[in-house]
Design a protein around this ligand. Structure first.
Ligand SMILES: *[C@@H]1O[C@H](CO)[C@@H](O)[C@H](O)[C@H]1NC(C)=O
Ligand SMILES: *[C@@H]1O[C@H](CO)[C@@H](O)[C@H](O)[C@H]1NC(C)=O
Ligand SMILES: *[C@@H]1O[C@H](CO)[C@@H](O)[C@H](O)[C@H]1NC(C)=O
Length: 477
């Protein structure tokens, strides 16, 4: 560090200054200073002269190069243009950021040598479609002995006692072919009423079931529209909070309702504590749904009622099957545009030229492609017929995903990789395919409903999701 020795003030003014203690400022350097000063002064004078002549030029003529310099200076420093410039910089930065962002890939077509995304199913040494079978089955058994669910008594009203009775009563014929996609909603209620988890003592209940049916509301000419359904549901919730003490005790957090019809997605929208606290058990379980709260709400498998199917053999005939209406779905449109004429894939917009079930039976992979909504029974159809589901529905909260390891019996492909579907599926080895098929056969039982719940069926698996959400703090009654 430079050591500076303080000098007495008068020393600066005396003719013979004492030698300062600057280490690099000796006599020799002082001699060098003289020519240095001469150079500096010369440069200063020269530049002063050039500035004077420059201004003189400005005054004398309007030659283009000078005008250019002047106008450039002016545009750069007016405030409005500074703002403009800043905007340009920020949009340029955004454009640059977009090119490296994972979320927004560049719109330019992928290079021909694009590598495949990571192989969907991991090599699986231990087999097994579960994250941890031992932990799950032990906890599941504890649920079977301990979980208690109370149902509001509207579910027991006499059929003709009130015009709204059919909204709450269990469906008289859940196998009615018209129920189709909404079968799971009705089967949950029927199974609960026949289940050992049902309690008539609300004080011992972990959960309270609100038994309105969105499917019945949808078909009731007095209600029908989504807005009226939300009004009905809000009024019903207000009513039970006046008539019973249980809602207020937890602000609805231990209450739940079940639906499979997509019009139910806004059913809670007009009751704040209903949509923020109560549990939706729904087939429309997508992270992008406005009123779907992942981790709080529960994905319900959408199951089509079908007669029992024979033992399954892995098919060899066709690689892929999909048939469905385009329904304004960009994803389905892209799929059909890309693959409709492929010789080893059966992809149809609308009905196939053979029975629908046949497509599932004879194909190795069956596509579940987001339509207007995520929910259709295609995944459980594929599971039912022994066809590996290929899920092209971004951000679908798959049923029972905290128990089932979906990567062991299905393939999940992003919307943006539709062009790679064939390559991805062909890259799965025969051995891996057979292992996935074997896993698929093991998890079929979770996608079946019974009037009286059995084992690991859809009802008990859904109840288990509630069990995992128990332990809600409520005020004493
Ligand atoms: C900002 O960018 C636009 C379009 O790229 C261009 O026309 C405009 O001159 C730029 N503005 C400035 C101040 O650079
Ligand atoms: C629950 O709270 C609401 C609003 O605070 C109140 O109007 C209602 O009477 C309460 N219900 C019961 C059963 O006390
Ligand atoms: C498939 O073939 C039909 C009939 O030959 C043709 O009209 C259609 O454009 C083709 N589609 C694609 C995606 O190649």
């Amino acid at each position: 560090m430079l050591q500076v020795t303080a000098l007495p003030a008068e020393a600066y003014f005396s003719k013979r200054r004492p030698k300062p203690n600057f280490p690099y400022f000796g006599l020799h350097q002082r001699r060098l200073l003289v020519p240095l000063l001469v150079v500096v002064v010369t440069v200063a004078v020269a530049s002063l002269l050039s500035i004077i002549s420059f201004h003189g030029l400005l005054k004398l003529s309007n030659t283009p190069p000078v005008q250019f310099v002047e106008s450039k200076l002016n545009t750069q420093f007016t405030p409005s243009n500074t703002l403009y410039l800043a905007e340009n910089i920020s949009t340029n930065n955004k454009a640059a950021a977009g090119q490296t962002s994972m979320v927004h890939p560049p719109p330019s077509p992928p290079p021909p040598s694009l590598p495949l995304p990571p192989p969907p199913p991991t090599t699986d040494a231990t087999g097994g479609p579960y994250h941890n079978w031992e932990l799950f089955s032990a906890d599941f058994n504890e649920m079977l002995t301990n979980l208690k669910i109370f149902v509001y008594p509207d579910v027991f009203t006499k059929k003709h006692s009130s015009p709204s009775a059919p909204i709450f009563l269990p469906h008289p014929n859940p196998l009615h072919p018209k129920l189709g996609n909404y079968y799971s909603e009705h089967m949950f209620k029927i199974a609960l009423l026949g289940s050992s988890l049902l309690t008539t003592n609300p004080e011992e209940a972990h959960f309270f079931f609100m038994p309105f049916s969105i499917n019945a509301l949808r078909n009731d000419p007095r209600v029908r529209s989504e807005a009226s359904i939300a009004n009905f549901v809000a009024q019903y919730t207000a009513r039970i909070s006046w008539e019973y003490i249980f809602w207020n005790a937890s602000e609805g957090s231990d209450h739940f309702y079940v639906f499979c019809h997509s019009v139910g997605r806004d059913a809670a929208s007009k009751h704040q504590s209903l949509y923020s606290n109560a549990i939706q058990v729904t087939c429309s379980s997508s992270y992008f749904q406005r009123f779907y709260v992942s981790h709080k709400d529960v994905g319900l498998p959408q199951v089509w009622p079908r007669p029992p199917e024979e033992a399954l053999n892995p098919p060899d005939a066709r690689l892929v099957f999909f048939a469905g209406r385009i329904q304004n779905s960009q994803v389905r449109q892209e799929l059909v545009d890309t693959w409709a004429n492929d010789t080893c894939m059966d992809i149809f917009s609308g009905n196939p030229p053979f029975p629908y079930e046949e497509g599932f039976r004879r194909s190795k992979y069956c596509l579940h492609v987001k339509g207007y909504e995520v929910n259709t029974a295609r995944i459980s159809d594929a599971i039912y017929y022994g066809c590996i589901p290929v899920i092209i529905s971004n951000h679908y909260d798959l049923p029972f995903a905290n128990v089932l390891d979906w990567s062991k019996f299905s393939v999940i492909i992003s919307h943006r990789d539709i062009a790679l579907v064939k390559r991805i599926l062909l890259s799965i080895s025969r051995q891996l395919y057979l292992r996935m098929h074997n896993n698929l056969c093991k998890i079929r039982r979770h996608f079946k409903w019974h009037t009286t719940p059995k084992g690991y069926d859809s009802f008990h698996m859904t109840a288990y999701q509630l069990w995992l959400r128990r332990g809600i703090h409520g005020l004493p009654y």
